[in-house]
Design a protein around this ligand. Sequence first.
Ligand SMILES: [Zn+2]
Ligand SMILES: [Zn+2]
Length: 136
Amino acid sequence: MYFDSGFYFKCNDCGHDDEYLFGIGFLFSSLENVIDLLPKKKWQAANDLYKNNKEAKFTYDGYEVYQCEKCASVQNTFLVEARDKNNTLLFSSVNNCGRCRKSRKKIVHTEKKIKNFKCPKCKSTNLSYKEGIMWD
Ligand SMILES: [Zn+2]
Ligand SMILES: [Zn+2]
């Protein structure tokens, strides 16, 4: 599996560092493939909807960073979402923040830097970025 890009950041205030992935690998060629990439519990829920719920409309997207606006906790994952005909969310691979119970927001980014991103540890925006490793 490859990713289009990734980056590394380090917080200049608390020293926390991490790497995130962006992009879509070749496994994202079909919805079935993307569903198969889900962790087991999520896979069961998504697969059940996909097979049994004719009203479920699926969409998917590559790896993105999702951050809680309140406590800055991060989930770096790909998106699989299912909605019914009233646009009610039936399933999402992005979790709500476990602490705040709020939905995480997708972070806007360029290839090397993400905008409006806060250190997940101390919420500082004083961060250094480096281009990340390419996985394959
Ligand atoms: Zn920090
Ligand atoms: Zn939170």
